[in-house]
Design a protein around this ligand. Structure first.
Ligand SMILES: *Cc1c(COP(=O)(O)O)cnc(C)c1O
Length: 435
């Protein structure tokens, strides 16, 4: 299948180029030229299939002709070497726990699959320039991408993060990996990190010297594998005898990557009644739904740092998938909450259901509770393990949250950090060492 650049639809590339480039030279995002609709028989019968079987079947449909079936099989089974539990919380409310990967956040799924795609494409070529993946992070993205790509030959990961604003475990999750992962501690803000990376991508001198790409959700290699778990959730509900034509998914949104994957799954034939997109006070998409105007703003910090996005990068894909404003409003209901409301949500959900939500997942849960109508079935996406944000969760619930061994093991490693200032010249000088 071929991919086009949303900004310039005449520019058509292969899947390999789309993943390799991340974004087009003009900054446009890639989209599949036609979205494969899965046979309805598959969708009807997937209730009996495992997560891996469903993911493999979808990958085969979506990447037909692009990647060999055998290779896809390994990619899927290596990426998803864990299950994704669907928890029944009460009557018609479910939580899909997407945080089962190595960094215990949902981005592991997309990052691991994309890493395997690059490894495969490298194996096909005689010559391969080292690919430099530039990842600005406020916490979770850097960890997921670094863990997905560590040890992949021919790829170097540069994680840029703001000085003194990540927790110790968050930093340890990428700064202790070593090998092909460099932790760049920027003396500045998260917005500075994003600015440095955006500038590097359009710097022609750098582009001649190095091959750079992005592994944030602007890369289709991350968006496509995230469709798998939407199918799996519906399959699980079908097995429970739930009427799947009534399912509403609620997503905690920042750059709208997860939501885009859900919309794509729907375009592939998954029955979804509607989506709920929930933001913190960085509520750009919420304001768009309310007013029709998309106005980016500088981001503000919150108790759910992965939601602190002031310019949701996947907006062009949402528009492309739904076509127009009234269809977007019909298919997606948007909510916004402040930190205090979400602390109450975490406390209430623990008291009433004995279920612990991390702050990001709590945003989605609250939106679902406020949006769901009688007769509908809601699936709230839980994107991070509560122990990743234990300070907030402990404060809200008064419970002590033990650190899972999966996260604890990062603390034992040696941190290696390269400090840089927030000026572009020093970042460029740093990158040119690799030329
Ligand atoms: C990245 C992230 C989100 C937001 O996902 P988008 O695809 O950017 O909308 C939500 N929760 C957690 C824990 C994340 O890491």
């Amino acid at each position: 299948m071929l991919y086009y650049n949303i900004k310039n639809p005449k520019e058509i590339v292969s899947l390999e180029e789309a993943v390799f480039n991340g974004v087009s030279e003009d900054g446009g995002l890639y989209m599949p030229q036609s979205i494969v609709r899965l046979p309805q028989a598959f969708v009807r019968n997937m209730g009996h299939m495992s997560l891996q079987e469903i993911a493999y079947a979808i990958a085969n449909f979506a990447f037909q002709g692009d990647i060999d079936a055998d290779v896809l099989h390994d990619m899927v089974y290596e990426t998803l070497d864990f299950d994704i539990p669907l928890r029944h919380i009460d009557d018609n409310h479910y939580v899909l726990e997407l945080f089962q990967g190595p960094t215990m956040a949902f981005k592991d799924v997309g990052a691991r699959f994309m890493a395997r795609m690059l490894r495969y494409y490298r194996s096909l070529r005689h010559e391969w320039p080292t690919i430099h993946v530039l990842v600005p992070t406020s916490g979770d993205t850097g960890a997921a991408v670094a863990n997905g790509f560590v040890g992949v030959p021919g790829v170097h990961i540069h994680v840029l993060y703001p000085h003194e604003s990540l927790s110790y475990v968050q930093e340890a999750q990428f700064a202790t990996l070593g090998d092909n992962v460099t932790a760049l501690e920027v003396n500045g803000s998260f917005d500075d990190c994003k600015r440095l990376v955006a500038k590097a991508f359009v710097d022609s001198e750098l582009n001649e010297a190095l091959h750079m790409t992005s592994a944030t959700s602007i890369n289709v290699g991350r968006i496509l594998p995230q469709t798998f778990y939407y199918f799996y959730a519906i399959a699980r509900l079908a097995r429970l005898g739930v009427d799947v034509s009534e399912v509403v998914f609620s997503v905690p949104s920042a750059n709208l990557g997860n939501l885009t994957s859900g919309l794509m799954a729907r375009a592939m034939g998954l029955p979804v009644k509607r989506f709920v997109s929930v933001e913190n006070e960085n509520n750009i998409f919420y304001n768009y739904i309310k007013t029709g105007y998309f106005i980016a703003k500088p981001s503000m910090p919150s108790i759910a740092p992965a939601l602190d996005a002031g310019n949701p990068t996947n907006m062009p894909r949402v528009m492309e998938l739904l076509g127009n404003y009234s269809e977007i409003r019909r298919m997606i209901h948007a909510y916004t909450y402040n930190d205090e409301m979400i602390i109450d949500t975490i406390r209430d959900t623990d008291r009433r259901h004995g279920y612990l939500l991390d702050p990001h997942s709590a945003f989605a849960w609250q939106g679902l509770c406020d949006d769901l109508r009688p007769g509908e079935v809601g699936v709230s996406l839980a994107t991070a393990h509560p122990a990743k944000f234990s300070t907030t969760v402990e404060h809200a619930t008064g419970r002590e949250i033990p650190m899972p061994p999966q996260l604890l093991h990062y603390l034992k490693g040696t941190r290696r950090v390269t400090p840089i200032n927030n000026g572009y010249t020093s970042f460029k000088r740093y990158l040119l060492q690799f030329a």
